[in-house]
Unconditional design. Structure first.
Length: 276
């Protein structure tokens, strides 16, 4: 079956990121319509992490939707909800509670017959509890929340496909401790269009946005129309994307060289050890 959508992440194969010689693509899910980026409103709530997931979700070809779970455990969820909406104004964001049912009705628009949704997020954010609520039965084991930080314990260990009563399907994935960006250029451009629009306004086409005169980026940072945090996040994601591309290119060229060497060796054996 052709892959119309695909969510991938960088696989460093157990190496520390800075020392990995090669980076592989790990395909997490394919052929979905919506990407549910799930984060709980506890001590691990982090907008920058959500933006990383959003970049890779945009790259996947699916429509991203952000779900802020465990809204019943915070005193006022409207504050983090507003913060996320401000950071990603073109993305639907919902605060929900699988325990109380808060906000679950808002998800019905994505759960129509024939639609497929993939759940993505760190361990303990409530993916299993949400799936149980949507399935209207306990299909996934859920462990007790730790009182110290309101985090659930990791329960999902492999990917599974579920058919909801509505006729929609859910791909449930194990929690990700880290999300390494892979082949994310389009996702970065889509998520930071406001930043890249500034590049065309720079005086020089090869502006590095450091100390060059007429730099639109530096001007935007000076008048605070572009925040330092957003610019730093853009630069960080671009650097990571380039790092992955360089390492991936190394692997491709290495394999090509190995194949070429093998063919030369085979030919030399045919020629009695003589090189032609």
């Amino acid at each position: 079956m052709p892959r119309r959508t695909k969510f991938s992440r960088a696989d460093y194969s157990g190496h520390a990121v800075g020392f990995a010689k090669t980076i592989l693509e790990q395909v997490v899910a394919t052929n979905f319509d919506y990407v549910f980026i799930i984060s709980s409103l506890n001590a691990d709530f982090n907008v920058s992490r959500l933006l990383r997931y959003l970049t890779q979700a945009r790259q996947s070809g699916g429509q991203p939707v952000v779900l802020l779970t465990k809204a019943d455990l915070v005193e006022d969820y409207s504050v983090p909800l507003a913060e996320v909406k401000l950071a990603m104004p073109d993305v639907p964001v919902h605060a929900i509670s699988s325990h109380s049912g808060l906000g679950l009705s808002e998800l019905e628009t994505y759960m129509t017959p024939g639609q497929t949704v993939v759940f993505l997020g760190m361990s303990g954010v409530g993916k299993s509890s949400l799936l149980n609520a949507l399935m209207e039965q306990d299909v996934m084991k859920v462990q007790a929340i730790r009182e110290v930080d309101s985090r659930g314990r990791h329960t999902t260990t492999h990917r599974q496909l579920f058919m909801l009563p509505s006729g929609a399907m859910v791909i449930d994935t194990p929690g990700m401790r880290e999300l390494g960006l892979f082949d994310a250029d389009e996702g970065i451009s889509a998520g930071f269009a406001d930043v890249e629009d500034l590049f065309a306004q720079c005086r020089f086409t090869d502006c590095r946005h450091q100390s060059e005169p007429g730099c639109a980026v530096r001007a935007a940072l000076a008048d605070q129309s572009l925040s330092q945090e957003r610019w730093a996040l853009y630069v960080s994601q671009q650097q990571e994307s380039k790092f992955v591309q360089d390492k991936t290119s190394y692997l491709i060229h290495k394999n090509a060289r190995s194949k070429s060497l093998a063919m030369q060796t085979k030919q030399m054996k045919k020629n009695g050890g003589r090189k032609k």
